[in-house]
Design a protein around this ligand. Structure first.
Ligand code: GLC
Length: 436
C-alpha cells in the first residue's frame, strides 16, 4: 500500500492519550427510527420508501426530552465521553442544519435537540463526539446501492439516473462544517461506514472516492485540529487511524494494522439493536456488561457502550438498569480501569489483568474455591487486597502445609480467598507489586 496521505492528518499518541486513559464512553443512537422502535435500520430492513417513512418524521416529538438526566446517568455510570448520532443512515438530522429541511426543527418538536444535548453532557464533564453517517437514505443525490431501502425496486437503476455523488459529498462537507463549527470544541467524529466492492444488482458499494474521504478528513482537521477521527472512511494510507472500531465483539488479541498495535475502541449495545427496540429481549446481564469493559481494558482498548433512548426522549428502564450495573461496579473499581494499560503478565484461567504502574488488578470472573494460584508470582507481591472494600488478601507459597492446600510449585503464590464470592459483579484483587 502506498501512503499518499500526510501523516499530519492523524493524531499523535500524545493528542489522543485522554481517550486511552478514559477507557469508557457512551454511544447514543437517537433519531426518528426510535418511533418505529424496531432497529435503526428499519427503513432498510423493511424496504420502506420516503413516503412510508414520513410518519416517523411527522410524529417526532420527544416531549419529555431528558437530556440532563441522560448526561447525569452517563457520568454516574462512569462514562467519560459521549458520541451522539447527529445523523444516522436515514438522513435525519438532530441539529438545525442549514442545508436540509430533514431535521428536528421541522418536526412537531420544532427544536434543535443536539445543542442542548452537547450542553448537558459538557456540564457533567464528558467529552463530546458526533457520529455522522456517510450513508444517507433520504438525500436525493445519494445513489441507491446494496444498503439503500430501494435496492430491490425493479426501476432502481432508473431511479439512480441524475443522482450525483459529488453533490452529496459536498453536502456532507457542509454538514460536517456546521457540526464542527457551531458547537464548540468537539473531541471525536465517528464516520459510518464504507463498503467498497459490495455490489448489488450492478449498483456498486461506496468508499473513499465516493465520500471524497481525503477532502473530508482534511476539512475535519482544519476545523478541529485535535479531534479524534475513527477509521471508517476507507482511507488509503499506511498511517495508523486515530482509532480503530471493532463492532459488537471483543478482540482476542490487541488489534494490529501492518503489524503495529493501534488505539482501539469496541462499540457495543445493551441488547441487539443500537436504536430503541421495544420488543428486543437479548439484554446483557450485569456480569456480561462489566466483563465486556474489563475485556477491553485488559487488552488495552476502550468501550463505547450504546444507549438507544425512546422517542419521548427518555431512557428505557432496562437501559437505566444496565447503566446502573456499570455505575455500581465502577464506583469502587474505577482505578482498575481508568488509566490502566495492558498488563505485563498473563492472567490465570477465568481472570483478567489490568495494570497501573506497580499495581496489578486481578479481575476474577469465576470465583474459585478458596485458592487462586498465581504462577510465577512468588516473591513479587508486597501486599494484596480486595479492591471494593480494601480488605487484606493473604497468601501462601510452596512452603505451606500440603495437608491444606494442593501442592504448588516454588514460583507460585497462592491467594487465600473467602469461600463466598464478595457481593460485587466482578471482584478485583489489587496486587501491589514490588517492581512493576
Ligand atoms: C453499524 C450500523 C449502525 C450503527 C453502527 C455503530 O455500522 O450500521 O446502525 O450505528 O454499526 O457502530
Amino acid at each position: 500500500m502506498t501512503d499518499p496521505i500526510s501523516p499530519e492528518l492523524f493524531l499523535t499518541d500524545a493528542k489522543k492519550a485522554w481517550l486511552k486513559h478514559d477507557r469508557f464512553g457512551m454511544f447514543v443512537h437517537w433519531g426518528i427510527y426510535s418511533l418505529a422502535a424496531r432497529h435503526e435500520w428499519v427503513k432498510n430492513f423493511e424496504e420502506i420508501d420516503d413516503a412510508g417513512y414520513q410518519k416517523y418524521f411527522d410524529h417526532f416529538d420527544p416531549d419529555l426530552y431528558e437530556h440532563k438526566e441522560w448526561a447525569r446517568r452517563a457520568r454516574e455510570a462512569g462514562m467519560k465521553y459521549v458520541v451522539l448520532t447527529a445523523k444516522h443512515h436515514d438522513g435525519f438530522c438532530l441539529w438545525d442544519s442549514k442545508v436540509t429541511d430533514y431535521k428536528a426543527t421541522k418536526t412537531p418538536h420544532g427544536k434543535d435537540v443536539l445543542a442542548p444535548f452537547v450542553e448537558a453532557f459538557r456540564a457533567e464533564g464528558l467529552k463530546i463526539g458526533f457520529y455522522y453517517s456517510l450513508l444517507d437514505w433520504h438525500h436525493p443525490d445519494f445513489p441507491i446501492d446494496k444498503y439503500h431501502p430501494l435496492r430491490n425496486r425493479e426501476n432502481a437503476a432508473e431511479l439512480n439516473v441524475g443522482r450525483d455523488m459529488k453533490r452529496y459529498a459536498a453536502y456532507m462537507r457542509a454538514q460536517v462544517t456546521e457540526l464542527l463549527t457551531n458547537f464548540g470544541k468537539i473531541d471525536i467524529i465517528w464516520f459510518d461506514f464504507s463498503y467498497p466492492g459490495r455490489t448489488h444488482r450492478d449498483m456498486p458499494g461506496k468508499g473513499r472516492d465516493d465520500w471524497q474521504s481525503l477532502e473530508l478528513l482534511t476539512l475535519v482537521r482544519k476545523l478541529q485540529p485535535d479531534i479524534i477521527v475513527n477509521n471508517r472512511l476507507d482511507l488509503e494510507t499506511d498511517a495508523l487511524p486515530d482509532v480503530t472500531t471493532p463492532e459488537q465483539y471483543t478482540p482476542r488479541t490487541p488489534p494490529l494494522i501492518n503489524g503495529q498495535e493501534v488505539t482501539w475502541e469496541v462499540c457495543s449495545t445493551f441488547s441487539g439493536s443500537w436504536g430503541y427496540f421495544r420488543d428486543e429481549e437479548s439484554w446483557k446481564s450485569p456480569e456480561q456488561l462489566v466483563q465486556i469493559l474489563i475485556d477491553c481494558a485488559a487488552l488495552g482498548g476502550n468501550l463505547l457502550m450504546n444507549v438507544g433512548p425512546t422517542a419521548r426522549g427518555t431512557f428505557d428502564q432496562r437501559a437505566i438498569d444496565a447503566l446502573g450495573a456499570y455505575g455500581d461496579w465502577l464506583k469502587v473499581h474505577g482505578r482498575a480501569i481508568y488509566g490502566t494499560t495492558r498488563a505485563n503478565y498473563e492472567a490465570p484461567d477465568g481472570c483478567r489483568f489490568t495494570q497501573s504502574g506497580n499495581r496489578l488488578y486481578l479481575h476474577i470472573y469465576n470465583w474459585p474455591f478458596k485458592h487462586l494460584h498465581l504462577d510465577g508470582f512468588a516473591g513479587k507481591v508486597a501486599y494484596a487486597q480486595l479492591l471494593h472494600d480494601a480488605s487484606e488478601v493473604r497468601w501462601i507459597g510452596a512452603d505451606a502445609d500440603p495437608h491444606f492446600i494442593p501442592p504448588v510449585g516454588e514460583t507460585t503464590l497462592t491467594l487465600l480467598l473467602p469461600v463466598k464470592k464478595p457481593n460485587v459483579v466482578v471482584p478485583v484483587i489489587e496486587l501491589f507489586l514490588k517492581d512493576a
